[in-house]
Design a binder for this molecule. Structure first.
Ligand SMILES: Cc1cc2nc3c(=O)[nH]c(=O)nc-3n(C[C@H](O)[C@H](O)[C@H](O)COP(=O)(O)O)c2cc1C
Length: 192
């Protein structure tokens, strides 16, 4: 897959086939990829918890919030749930701010997943204390983002934001997920 196609294909997917499942070695390869990304002051303060274990996956899933704009959809049903997770932690013994690093790492991991015919969704809407307790996470770590991963089971199309200015994703009658994106002209403020 060429890079342009990879970036376009790397959409937030929230429903998954249960086969093939995410394996631990693949999760490790994604984190290994993330090690190579840029890091502010090269502090590399991000740490990771990996799960492809069904029981642990269930504990993580119970802490997550899905697709806020899809008001009638509570999240994926049992047999469409992610088969693996990467929980991104900030090690507060190393740094106090993680915001830039976490985005760079998260997108790199997602590109790596899609490059290998997997996919997923970044989840920032999670119950922090419940997840901390469920995974017995030590005090000096802050949970920053959860990456829910699996084999994509969604049709997703990108479309331009129309004259109504609607940026909210939606699903149509055919269950296709639509993601409005701003046009290039709308986001370039000035060219010299
Ligand atoms: C930092 C971040 C946090 C997000 N948190 C959630 C979340 O909690 N739940 C969810 O369903 N989607 C979440 N998303 C996915 C966004 O809704 C998604 O990126 C957006 O709808 C655009 O779709 P696209 O990723 O396919 O371009 C998050 C995305 C980002 C970048």
């Amino acid at each position: 897959m060429d890079f342009h196609t990879l970036v376009h294909t790397t959409r937030s997917c929230r429903r998954f086939f249960q086969d093939p499942r995410i394996e631990t070695d693949f999760l490790k390869s994604l984190v290994n990829l993330s090690r190579m990304t840029a890091s502010a002051a090269n502090l590399q303060p991000l740490k990771y918890i990996l799960s492809s274990d069904p029981d642990t996956n269930a504990k993580i899933f119970n802490c997550l919030g899905w697709a806020g704009y899809l008001k009638d959809w509570p999240g994926p049903v049992f047999d469409e749930r992610p088969t693996g997770y990467i929980v991104i932690l900030g090690d507060q013994n190393i740094a106090k701010y993680f915001d830039m690093d976490v985005g760079i790492v998260a997108q790199t991991i997602m590109l790596g997943a899609y490059h290998n015919n997997f996919g997923g969704c970044m989840i920032a809407n999670f119950r922090h204390q419940q997840l901390t307790d469920a995974l017995e996470i030590a005090d000096h770590y802050r949970i920053l983002l959860v990456l829910a991963l699996g084999t994509p089971k969604e049709s997703i199309v990108i479309e331009p934001i129309g004259s109504d200015g609607n940026f909210k994703y939606f699903r149509d009658e055919q269950d296709v997920h639509h993601v409005p994106k701003r046009s290039l002209d709308d986001i370039i403020v000035r060219i010299y």
